[in-house]
Design a protein around this ligand. Sequence first.
Ligand SMILES: Cc1ncc(COP(=O)(O)O)c(C=O)c1O
Length: 394
Amino acid sequence: MEFSTKTIHAGQPSEPETGSLIAPIFQTSTYEQEAPGQHRGFDYSRTNNPTRARLEAVLAELEGVQYAAVYGSGLAAENAVLQAYLRPGDEIVIPLDVYGGTYRILNKVFQPLGCVVRQIDLSRPGALEGALSAKTRLVWIESPTNPRLLVYDIARIAAATHDAGALLVVDNTFATPLFQQPFALGADLVVHSVTKYLAGHSDVIQGAVLAKDAAVFEPVKFLQNATGAVPSPFDCWLTLRGLKTLELRMQRHAENAEAIATALNGHPLVRRVYYPGLADHPGHDIARRQMTGFGGMVSFELDGTIDEVVSFVSSRRYFALGESLGGVKALVCHPARMTHASIPAEERAKLGLSDTLVRLSPGCEHQRDLVADLLEGLAAVEQARALTVVHAAV
Ligand SMILES: Cc1ncc(COP(=O)(O)O)c(C=O)c1O
């Protein structure tokens, strides 16, 4: 079955009782049993729910594995993996460029419990091998990363991780299974903020963990029920609906991202564009090798002041200023003040996360409108500068 066919058919037969083409939302907390303990696979909706089961089935198919569990948010999914695998004294290796919430849960929740977080510059040759030890349980990466869209060689990292006897977790949120299949590259677990491209319409908060090996999956699945961070049947249904257009949406997001990166690259007010599709992007060759598309995100550093960035991001016509990404409606974000504000300023500087970095999540609008909106914004910055010079002269 091809990818787009899977998004529509996998795990989603018409509902058997009525023939309903799209299965209804099983909005129920519990299930009538024939005799104590005798039921049809469903006994309580924290443990299992037919709408959630459909979603888990299609997500597993899309990532090319057997096992998926969905959670009430991406961070709840991350928490399940971390809780399943980290004990006091265990070590986890993460790169410098990691989603702020992942950094926060590790440093504020798991480090105080006695887990050791080793944050390294993964692009430096030998850095990973130097950080791995007999105590390493997990290596955790994103690729492309948030927000600088760095690309890491997943197969190489998987090999080094396995040599050390650890598991590799890949956050595949930015690439989506359409553009990147981490399990084929050696990942042991994949996590998603389903909130983003998978659900795709900025109306759901949800997460997922996937695994190819039953033994690796089992402790994570156990925590779904044991700690109870499950999504509602309605949210699962919304994601099932959103997923059906994943390929179409991703193609559009990717085309828009490419048009924007091309328009911004070389602009006098843009110091640097981060987009894996640009030939001079440091991860371009790896991206070509391990991805089938460069994704839908673009970030850039404005060659200006923080005030200019604030004014630029606050006054766009189509790019709404907001956290999150991956929806049909375009979003713009200022990571230093928003998504990555939980990372202290000096840490952000060490991570190469400039205070004038702007992150764009082009939606499915027409690329001409999106590009024009950004170029108008840059022109407004230039005009404001010219006015300041005139005022100063007067
Ligand atoms: C790459 C990445 N992973 C995980 C998360 C957390 O997901 P959620 O916001 O659904 O909890 C996010 C959220 O922005 C993210 O960007």
